[in-house]
Design a protein around this ligand. Structure first.
Ligand code: MLT
Length: 316
């Protein structure tokens, strides 16, 4: 059995693969052509988000049984093609969700307090005490999606005495009541929230979920976060809403294309940006590396499939 690790990953993953007597190669920054030319050697491919696992790569991987994603989002992998070929796609749904939730809360705080601007001003030698922040207490946070990240964000927001409303068609109302949040329709999230934060994967249903039409219906002065996936919020529409003054501030960690090409968006002073760092804590990177390596070992040595995201129970 042989595994290809094609993105930078915590060394714990390599250790686990090695300890289990599985051969591996660690080759990062490969082009699609390079991957196509070598993938036939491997039984499993282990990636983060940099490797784009295209249909051509999957087709060339004639021995490929599994693609393991150290992380949650699998939008960089063609899941349908893999399913058609009998290749299992697995992710690690737990290891980095705390990190993403903490990043979201940090951005929520940043959106309500002038830490960044006041810090920049002081570094320039100023003593400007006119910065006026707002409080989160009493404000409405609208969450779209109530998975592991959304749930943790909600708990902290409740502790901060925010009102939390959640749109998630897959969650039962009593699960939300338990932690003091209210179930809402998407329309309510859009029209009633002071802060809106999606926590959903990118797919056909969530792409451009927040676009011109939605921005128009929002409260004046709304603040927008995206620590989930670029493309869920339409960047052009967000920029327009900021220019019109409808949205007063936004915080983005993820972009329609990464690295982002829309300079107007990145350089806008009302938008706080980080380069997809939501899961970049040392704890999270260790967690997901261990989780995915253990899953790869389980699959290759015991044929056990865990956390499959493309609807297969077994690989070919
Ligand atoms: C995830 O999907 O796990 C996070 O966005 C982090 C990443 O892409 O690696």
């Amino acid at each position: 059995m042989k595994v290809l690790v094609s993105d930078k990953i915590n060394e714990e993953a390599i250790k686990i693969i090695k300890e289990n007597g599985i051969e591996f190669d660690y080759k990062t920054n490969l082009s699609e052509e390079e991957l196509i030319s070598i993938i036939a050697e491997y039984d499993a491919l282990l990636v983060r988000s940099d490797t784009k696992v295209t249909p051509k790569i999957l087709e060339a991987g004639t021995k490929l049984k599994l693609v393991g994603r150290a992380g949650v989002g699998t939008d960089n992998i063609d899941k349908e093609k893999a399913r058609e070929l009998g290749i299992v796609i697995e992710n690690t749904p737990f290891g980095n969700t705390n990190a993403a939730a903490e990043h979201t809360i940090t951005m929520l705080m940043m959106l309500s307090k002038h830490i960044i601007h006041a810090n920049e001003s002081m570094k320039k030698g100023n003593w400007d005490r006119t910065f006026k922040s707002t409080e989160l207490k009493g404000k409405t946070l609208g969450l779209i999606g109530f998975g592991n990240v959304g749930k943790k964000v909600a708990k902290v927001a409740i502790a901060l005495e925010m009102k939390v409303i959640v749109y998630d068609p897959f969650i039962e109302e009593n699960k939300l009541k338990e932690i003091g949040v209210k179930k809402a329709e998407l329309e309510e999230i859009i029209t009633k929230s002071d802060y809106i934060s999606p926590h959903v994967p990118l797919n056909d249903k969530t792409k451009n979920m927040i676009s011109e039409k939605e921005f128009e219906k929002m409260k004046n002065g709304v603040k927008i976060l995206n620590v989930a996936r670029g493309g869920v919020i339409n960047e052009k529409a967000l920029l327009e809403a900021i220019k019109k003054g409808k949205v007063t501030a936004a915080a983005l960690d993820v972009y329609e294309t990464e690295p982002p090409t829309n300079q107007e968006l990145i350089t806008n002073q009302k938008i706080i940006t980080t380069p997809h760092l939501g899961a970049n804590t040392s704890e999270a990177q260790t967690n997901v590396a261990i989780e995915i390596a253990e899953q790869v070992v389980l699959a290759l040595t015991k044929k056990e499939v865990k956390n499959c995201v493309n609807g297969l129970k077994q690989f070919r």
